[in-house]
Design a protein around this ligand. Structure first.
Ligand code: HEC
Ligand SMILES: [Cu+2]
Length: 361
């Protein structure tokens, strides 16, 4: 009997099993105690968190078994002085062992796949009274559109959601891959140019939660964030009504405007372009704070502050050629460079004039 075979036979299986069981129990306990996720704010969150718990329970013992065998073998079967020229014992395999190490992982996989399937059908189930929200990702901001039966959709750069109302997001990307993720809802999906992806969420907790882009999409990826506000249905309705009301500008006399059936509004509403975009252009408010437009993002400079005393030329160049001069303390490459294309010359002039009035003075 060779030295190795003898060493193998002296392998203390029982202590190893005891160590393994203990380490697994401790590992699982730690894994379950750690708060891996932010607050759960949707009915989809609980089943997903439970799935994670099951994964922890199943994967910790796998990690422990592999680690123990590796460490034990490295210690027990290490080469000793004088053994440099020796070959290991010839091994012809062990059918019983191979059956076991194939069957157990297969079983684990079957359990995980089945359970995952159950969770997936559960969280993707269609709900009654679903509200549709169109989500658009573009470098580097999110915008949301709430279709209104028989009217203009409401646009926003903050994601307002009524509590307990099922929502279905229709997600698209205008330029490159993005990924629409609200960690508190646990759901995320890629935004892919050319196709519409979707998912469902029913918010269950009032509050404000971050919306994150989870796909590296360019220089401004890290600032591609927005906010989800889960509010009471009453607050949501009044928010929606507020958005639908004509923008508070003093227009030509009261009423009398023909409904907006296809006729282009002659007046350009620079404040709306700033806060929501013109339908093609990305909203300035997604990145800039401007008190008059009620926007508060900090991705770009606070325009109320930095535009003080600046002239129209400076403002115009800053919009059409953001790289011409990079604002102090900020990075180039984040502000879209295509405003000269996505805004008409009239819209651009209106925007420059508007900023000159509300921010530069
Ligand atoms: C995706 C985010 C983003 C969007 C959308 C965006 N900006 Fe910017 N903007 C920035 C960043 C970041 C800077 C600072 C870096 C630079 O100067 O290019 C900046 C700089 C500016 C500046 C120059 C400020 C200074 O002190 O030099 C102005 C003016 C400006 N933006 C106006 C606008 C307007 C108007 C719009 C909408 C038409 C807009 N921005 C859309 C991110 C954005
Ligand atoms: Cu992105």
């Amino acid at each position: 009997m060779s030295e190795e075979t003898r060493r193998l036979e002296r392998t203390p299986i029982l202590p190893l099993v005891v160590i393994g069981v203990l380490a697994s129990a401790i590992g699982i306990a730690i894994g379950l105690v750690i708060d891996w996720f932010p607050t759960d704010a949707s009915i989809q969150a609980k089943p997903i968190d439970n799935l994670y718990d099951l994964m922890i329970i199943l994967s910790v013992p796998v990690f422990v078994v592999v680690t123990i065998i590796v460490l034990f073998s490295a210690w027990k079967f290490r080469m000793r002085p004088g053994e440099e020229q020796l070959d290991g014992p010839p091994i012809h395999g062990n059918t019983k062992l191979e059956v076991v190490w194939t069957a157990i992982p297969a079983l684990v996989l079957v359990v995980l796949c089945s359970y995952t399937y159950v969770v997936l059908t559960d969280i993707e189930e269609a709900q009654a009274n679903e509200m549709r929200i169109n989500v658009t990702g573009q470098q580097f901001a999110w915008s949301y559109e709430y279709p209104q039966a028989g009217g203009k959709p409401v646009r926003s750069t903050t994601l307002y959601l009524p509590k307990d109302r099922p929502v279905r997001f229709y997600v698209k990307a205008l330029d490159v891959l993005h990924d629409f993720w609200v960690p508190a809802f646990r759901m995320k999906v890629d935004a892919v140019p050319g196709i519409t992806t979707r998912y469902r969420v029913t918010p269950t907790r009032l509050g404000t939660y971050p919306v994150v882009c989870a796909e590296l999409c360019g220089l401004g990826h890290a600032v591609m964030r927005s906010t989800a506000k889960v509010v009471t249905p009453a607050d949501f309705d009044s928010w929606l009504a507020e958005q639908q009301a004509p923008a508070g500008g003093a227009d030509t006399g009261a009423g009398a405007s023909d409904g907006d059936k296809g006729t282009k509004a002659p007046e350009i509403d620079a404040k709306t372009i700033f806060a929501e975009g013109n339908g093609t252009s990305i909203a300035c408010g997604a990145c800039h704070t401007l008190a008059d437009a009620g926007t508060s993002s900090q991705t770009g400079p606070e325009l109320d502050k930095v535009l003080k005393g600046k002239d129209a030329d400076f403002i115009k160049t800053s919009i059409t050629d953001p790289e011409a001069e990079i604002a102090e303390g900020f990075q180039g490459g984040i502000m879209p460079k295509n405003y000269a294309d996505t805004l008409s010359p009239e819209e651009l002039d209106a925007l420059v004039k508007y900023l000159g009035e509300v921010a530069a003075k």
